[in-house]
Design a protein around this ligand. Structure first.
Ligand SMILES: [Zn+2]
Length: 318
C-alpha cells in the first residue's frame, strides 16, 4: 500500500514536471514570434522573389500597398522603424527608391542587412528624352539607370539566385529548403524565358506599339523586340501630344498591327483612341510594378504575370 502511494506520488510529480516543461516551451515559442516581419521589401517583385525563395510569405512584408502607384510611394515613420527592425531589407535601388540610401545611412543599417536588386544585373541607361520637351528635368549630368530590371525574366533569375544566397547566409538552418524552393521557381522562369524566345523566333518582325508608358526596356532588349511607345520609361506624363498620337496611329496602320498595348493599373484612354482609329485591339502587358489587392490576396506571383505576358506577346507578334 505504502509502495503504491509512493509510486502514484512520483507519477503525479513526473506528470506535473512534463506539463510545466511543455508550458515553458510553448511560452518560449510564443515569445520568439517576431512582432514585425523579418524581411521587408519596397515593392511587389522583391516580395515575390523573397516568397519564392523562402516558400512562405508570413515573415515578409511589402511597404507598397497592393494597387498603389510605385512611383508615388514614400515611407512613413512606421515603415522606417520596421526597416530598422528587419533582418533583411530588399529594395530595387533605382529612381523610385531614391529615399532608401539616406534612411540606411541615417539609421546606420549595415549593408549585410540589405539587398539591392540593381546590384545583381547589367544595367542600362534610361533612354534620353527630347530636351526641349522636358525643361523641368534635373540638370545634373549623372547618368540615370533604367530601374525596371525585373521586366526581364533573365534578370529575375539572377536576382532570385543572389537573394537565395543572401537569405541562406542569414538563416543557414533553412539552406536546403531555400535551395529547393528557388530551384523550382527558377525552373518555372526558365521555361517562360524559353517560351518567349520561341514565340519571338516564330512570330512576325512587327514592332510592339505601347499606347502608354514604357517600362519594358530590359524585356525588349532581352528578346530583341522593336517597339514604339507614347512615353519613355515611367514618365509622369499622361497626356500624349497630338503629334505622338498621330505617329502611333500611323505605325499601327503602316505595319497592319492587330494589337495595341497598354500597361497595368493605368488609364486606357490613349489606347482606346488608337484602337478606335485603327481597329486594333487593346491588350495589357503587365510590368509587375505592383499588383492589385485582389491578385495580392489570391497569391498571384511574378511568374503568373509573366505567363500571361507570354500570351499577350504571342498575340501581338501573330
Ligand atoms: Zn516604373
Amino acid at each position: 500500500m505504502k509502495y503504491h502511494s509512493r509510486k502514484i506520488f512520483y507519477l503525479i510529480i513526473s506528470l506535473l514536471a512534463i506539463i510545466c516543461f511543455s508550458l515553458l516551451i510553448m511560452l518560449n515559442i510564443a515569445n520568439e514570434k517576431p512582432k514585425s516581419s523579418k524581411i521587408i521589401t519596397t515593392s511587389f517583385v522583391g516580395y515575390d522573389f523573397a516568397r519564392a525563395v523562402t516558400g512562405d510569405a508570413s515573415n515578409i512584408s511589402m511597404l507598397l500597398s497592393p494597387g498603389a502607384e510605385l512611383h508615388d510611394y514614400e515611407p512613413t515613420p512606421e515603415d522606417i522603424i520596421n526597416i530598422k527592425k528587419a533582418d533583411l531589407f530588399i529594395y530595387n535601388g533605382g529612381e523610385s527608391d531614391e529615399w532608401v540610401e539616406k534612411i540606411l545611412k541615417d539609421n546606420e543599417i549595415p549593408e549585410s542587412k540589405t539587398f539591392r536588386m540593381m546590384g545583381y544585373v547589367d544595367l542600362r541607361l534610361e533612354d534620353d528624352l527630347d530636351d526641349d520637351d522636358h525643361e523641368d528635368h534635373d540638370t545634373d549630368d549623372e547618368p540615370e539607370y533604367d530601374e525596371h530590371i525585373w521586366t526581364s525574366p533573365v534578370n529575375a533569375i539572377k536576382i532570385i539566385e543572389n537573394l537565395k544566397n543572401k537569405l541562406t547566409e542569414l538563416y543557414p538552418e533553412h539552406a536546403k529548403s531555400y535551395s529547393e524552393h528557388s530551384k523550382s521557381y527558377i525552373s518555372r522562369l526558365k521555361t517562360i524565358d524559353e517560351k518567349i524566345r520561341e514565340i519571338v523566333a516564330n512570330g512576325s518582325d512587327k514592332p510592339l506599339v505601347f499606347a502608354d508608358r514604357f517600362p519594358f526596356q530590359y524585356f525588349v532588349d532581352e528578346y530583341g523586340l522593336t517597339y514604339f511607345a507614347a512615353f519613355p520609361g515611367c514618365s509622369e506624363e499622361t497626356e500624349a501630344s497630338s503629334k505622338v498620337i498621330a505617329f502611333l496611329i500611323d505605325k499601327v496602320k503602316q505595319e497592319s498591327l492587330e494589337v495595341v498595348l497598354k500597361i497595368e493599373l493605368t488609364s486606357d484612354k490613349l489606347a482606346q483612341t488608337i484602337a478606335e482609329e485603327t481597329g486594333a485591339k487593346i491588350l495589357e502587358l503587365n510590368s509587375a510594378h505592383n499588383i492589385s489587392k485582389a491578385d495580392f490576396d489570391n497569391g498571384v506571383t511574378y511568374a503568373d504575370i509573366m505567363e500571361n505576358n507570354l500570351e499577350v506577346i504571342k498575340e501581338a507578334l501573330k
